[in-house]
Design a protein around this ligand. Sequence first.
Ligand code: AQP
Length: 327
Amino acid sequence: MDRILSGIKPTGQLTLGNYIGAIKNFAKVQYEGETFLFIADLHALTLPIEPETLNKNSRDIAAYYLAAGLDPKHTSIFLQSDVSEHSELAIILQNYLYMGELSRMTQFKDKSSKMKEEAIGLGLFAYPVLMAADIVLYNANRIPVGEDQVQHVELARDVVKRMNNRYGKILAMPKAEMVKVGARIMSLSDPSKKMSKSDPKGDIYLSDSLEVMRKKIMSAVTDMGKEIKYDPINKPGISNLMTIMSSLSGKSFEEIEKEFVGKGYGDFKRAVADVVVNEMAPFKARYEEIIQSGLVDEVLSEGAKRAKVVAKETLTRVQHAIGLYRK
Ligand code: AQP
């Protein structure tokens, strides 16, 4: 049976990119295996964050998972920090990953390039080590992620190869998988950049009102010309909006192009906004109900209990293999 694992870090308000590239897909694939879905709260500490904000963001993610249709009876939903094996395994794995490869990670390069050197925490550098631990703890073979996270899953594969070569087959080999359309939703104000929760320009937040979402889409940057055509090089703005429309409506790019022959950008943007609002209206209403209900705590406690059983087993296996045991 497949083991599926993924997570989201509670660094900020979730975006439509997180929804399309990750959450919506998690709900779709969850029954294809045994699924573990966590809130990567330890990863959120890699950049400064207020305690109350971290706590609220974490609960929000749990509620968004549930609102998207993640089924807590089937899928273990939990806080990373509730399962201490993540940190314990990371301490071991850090010895099998190297400074050179960590310094080549795009996310580290992007984020650290905007910071003063003395402000760059070790956690931001070592984030992929913890992520490798997150993945291998659950013997997960399928890791659904957006495009930006594939590099980190590749690093987890490298560490699995190294450990298995040295100690025998103690860890399962993970593989990243992405949605066919929407693995990289771009910023609405600068379609050369990824829509990212820590970069508020050009984001649609899941917490935005439907009206604000509509306004943001209507004022999204478009391109030269007036044709609705999927061409990410020459028409990155329109192509990004087409990607949003396609991933939420299920229509192919060809179908969208045909539908808008002879129509202008204004008509097209209105149609994109309709699709987004139609998807977000019931989703946001479910989120509101869940967040008021007290269900989140119950789900997180139950999820952590189930996750801990599997995590403990893997950690013990690794500890034994490398010599960390008493006779
Ligand atoms: N723009 C995006 N399009 C498609 N997928 C995306 N993801 C993120 N942005 C997009 C996917 O969402 C999941 C959760 O991401 P994360 O919280 O682990 O961190 P991230 O990848 O670094 O996402 P952000 O929003 O850019 O966060 P910050 O700003 O905190 O770094 C992942 O599967 C990710 O690929």
